[in-house]
Design a protein around this ligand. Structure first.
Ligand SMILES: Nc1ncnc2c1ncn2[C@@H]1O[C@H](COP(=O)(O)OP(=O)(O)O)[C@@H](O)[C@H]1O
Ligand SMILES: [Mg+2]
Length: 292
């Protein structure tokens, strides 16, 4: 799958490889969540956009100036083509973004309430899940200083990332309530999650995200980062713990804030930015999108 430039040379290698999923987001703004059996009218027409954590993270990394490749699949329907175009428009390399014949593309229904919170239902398309073979193949061909992966992919795909990546920095990200083996956490350079996910893993909620980060770091990753919405993000290494506060903004829609954070963080680490500065840049970039 070598992609040659018009002058016959190979394109420069990526700086960030994102391994995960892409889907369509259908977003509705609603005044309140519907009661059972009742209908709530949206306050504006629905929007249909490219989404999925990994796709958003890849776009954010590219936006932060890193050459970025997304390893993911979609279906051969019109949505798959739409997602590929969105990635190309954002400057993300799609040489390992595969459209799987006869498979539908996954769809997320995103409800946004006036408090800027979101409630998401993801209709995954099982046929477009990454296989261990695809991951192995992509990571053999691609070499980047930073690899960022979702940890809720099929377990053999996650294992393939851990075994076959050749990055200096392997970042793992989680969506809530996945069963996470301690061997997976220990294999990571950075583990990043939000405070709800941290509570699900630790079995209790800590009001202070620095405590959650410290406890997660104790589970094995070299660095644990806990994002805490309007309060910013905390990170912990074996040596030190820090909270990076977010600037106060009027939040309109917090959907994708965590993805903007992760993509920016991955880009900065690939660009050799020290950890504290990389987290601070990620907080500023994520805060900028919630008020957009
Ligand atoms: N209401 C908010 N005000 C300011 N910044 C925010 C707000 N919500 C999120 N952010 C920024 O986005 C980052 C990630 O948000 P968070 O809510 O923790 O993750 P998730 O997107 O997983 O819910 C935070 O660390 C912060 O920088
Ligand atoms: Mg949030």
């Amino acid at each position: 799958m070598t992609d040659h430039q018009p002058d016959g040379t190979s394109p420069p290698p990526p700086q960030v490889i994102v391994v995960g999923r892409a889907n369509i987001d259908i977003t509705v703004r609603i005044p309140r969540r519907p009661q059972p059996g009742r209908t709530t009218f949206a306050s504006a027409p629905a929007t249909t956009t490219a989404g999925g954590k990994s796709l958003n993270q890849a776009r954010a990394a590219a936006g932060a100036g890193a050459r970025t490749t997304l390893v993911a699949n979609a279906g051969t329907d019109e949505w798959g083509t739409f997602l590929r175009r969105a990635l190309t428009d954002a400057g993300v390399d799609v040489s390992h973004f595969q459209l799987i014949p006869s498979a539908p593309t996954g769809v997320a229904i995103v409800e946004v309430t006036p408090d800027a919170e979101n409630h998401i239902v993801l209709a995954l398309s099982p046929a477009t899940e990454l296989t261990a073979d695809q991951v192995r193949d992509a990571l053999r061909r691609l070499h980047a200083p930073t690899v960022l992966t979702q940890l809720d992919l099929p377990p053999d795909a996650v294992d393939a990332v851990i075994q076959h990546h050749r990055a200096e920095t392997l970042i793992g990200n989680l969506v809530p309530h996945a069963a996470l083996g301690s061997a997976v956490l220990a294999a990571l350079d950075l583990f990043v999650c939000n405070e709800h996910e941290a509570a699900a893993i630790l079995g209790r909620h800590h009001a202070d995200p620095t405590i959650a980060a410290q406890e997660l770091c104790g589970l094995g990753p070299r660095v644990a980062v806990v994002t805490a919405g309007a309060r910013g993000a905390a990170y912990s290494t074996a040596e030190h713990i820090k909270l990076v506060p977010a600037p106060h903004v009027h939040a309109i829609d917090t959907t994708g804030a965590g993805d903007q954070f992760l993509g920016t963080l991955a880009a900065r680490l690939a660009q050799n930015t020290p950890l504290g500065h990389a987290v601070a840049d990620a907080v500023s970039a994520a805060t900028a999108v919630v008020r957009a």
